[in-house]
Structure formats: structure tokens, C-alpha cells
Design a binder for this molecule. Sequence first.
Ligand code: SAM
Length: 274
Amino acid sequence: MEGILYLVATPIGNLSDITYRAVETLKNVDLIAAEDTRQTLKLLNHYQISKPLVSYYRHNEDVKSERLIEELLNGKNIALVSDAGTPGISDPGEELIKEAIKNNVKIVPIPGACAFVNALIISGLNTKSFCFYGFLPMNKKNRKEKLEEISKENKTVILYEAPHKIKNTLEDLYSVLGDINCVIARELTKIHEECTRGTLRAMIEKFEQPKGEFVIMLDLNSNIKEKEETNLTVDELYEMYLKQGLDKREIIKKIAKDKKVAKNEIYQYFIDRK
Ligand code: SAM
């Protein structure tokens, strides 16, 4: 009978943030596949777990997946862990999981810490509708495309970033999105944990020489609404503002602003239409 592939979440800082079930699973499997075996060894030592470890990182995913699948098909139970948090979330795992599915190997999640979920729940931003982009691509063209994609979102957008790249990323976001509101969660579950709320410009100033690990959350929740309003026709905008209780003079001013034209043009439009 085939073994089971367990995807085990580990702490994102504070070593106590691991579930009883995760510890039990790590104790009971035959093999632990780890992103960085030295990092995982620290955790295993802390919980007095002694198990064979194999490395499974981004650049050996293909080869290692094949070998791990063989072990699973031979009946071995394997736990996959990453350096921190939930495997597969901006961490290796996808390849192995796809192969396991192809080979009808049972996959069991062992839930636990995940940086973006914890960042989101303390952010105060919309948690009903959000999207996770992970790390922005480094390749110029792909990065530009991703930034454009983000600019069309109408929800909370979540990004991961490393300390030495955060300033550059905040500047790129600012140049595409303008001075929108955002929240940055840093060093979650660690001594220097903090959550900063403000505009992108303020964040660029605050994180001049950043240290630690970061989750960037962008408040794009009213993004499309504004864009959609400018896509409305002059008559549709008129109806919309009328319903909001504005008088004719105010409505014309607002429409001129929405359509980025002079007020006279809008006056003229209504005169001609009569
Ligand atoms: N698999 C992990 C998870 O479940 O969140 C994410 C791994 S990804 C390689 C590492 C990134 O996650 C960091 O660059 C940072 O953006 C974010 N991260 C990890 N730990 C964090 C922490 N304690 N506080 C804030 N962000 C963290």
C-alpha cells in the first residue's frame, strides 16, 4: 500500500506556533522532505524529533519529486516542510503535490502558520475579498505585467517581500497605483513584530533601511468602483449623482472632473440634448 504525503505547516518565527498534530506527524513519518535541512533540524531538535531528512528545494524539485514519489509508492509516509509556514505557499511543494496526485498518492494537510493569513487578519482591510500574489517577479517585463494586473484588482492585494527588495517594490507599487492606503506587517510572531498602516509614500519613508520579513497589503477595495464610474456615460453619471442628492451645479462639476473635461463642455452637452 502507498504511503501518505503530509504537508506540514511549521512556525513563521515563534517556535511554539506548531500544532500537536504537526509534531506527532513529524514524529511518526518515515522521512521528512525539507526546503533547508539545517533550518528544519533546529525545529526537530527543539521538539526532540529524530528523523531522516532529505532536501527538497526549488532547484531540485523535479528530480527530488520523482524519488519521493518512488518512496511513497513503496509505502513510506513522508512529511513535506518548508523553512517557515505552510509548504507550497511561496515555497517549494507544487511539483511534488502534482506528481502525488498523478500517482494517486493520498495528500494530507497539517494546518498551521501562514504569514499572509496572519498579516491579513490584523490588517483591518477587507478579509472577505482578497488575493494573494506572493513575490513580484524580478524579470522586468513580467514584473510590469504583474503590476498592471494588480492595478486592475478591486480587493485587498497581498504580497510577500524580502527586506533588501522592499523599498524598490514599494516604489514600483507607488508609481503604478499612486499614494493608496496599505498595511505592512513585519516580523510576525517575533520580538520585533509590528503592523504599520498608512499610504505607500509614508511606507517608502518608514522603510528606508528595513530589517526582517514583510507582508505588504494594498487597499484596492474601491479601485474599480472609481474606474467604473469614469466609464459611465455622462447621462449615467448624471443619474448616479442625482440619486446621491447632489444639485445640478454640483453634478456638472463632478462629471467634468470624472471625465477630465471643462465644466462648459458638460453644460453644453446638456443644452444640446434638450
Ligand atoms: N510558506 C510561507 C508562509 O506560509 O507564509 C512563506 C514563505 S516565503 C519564502 C517567505 C516570505 O513570507 C517572507 O519573505 C515574508 O514576505 C513572508 N514571511 C514569512 N515569515 C514572516 C513573518 N514572520 N512576518 C512577516 N512576513 C513573513
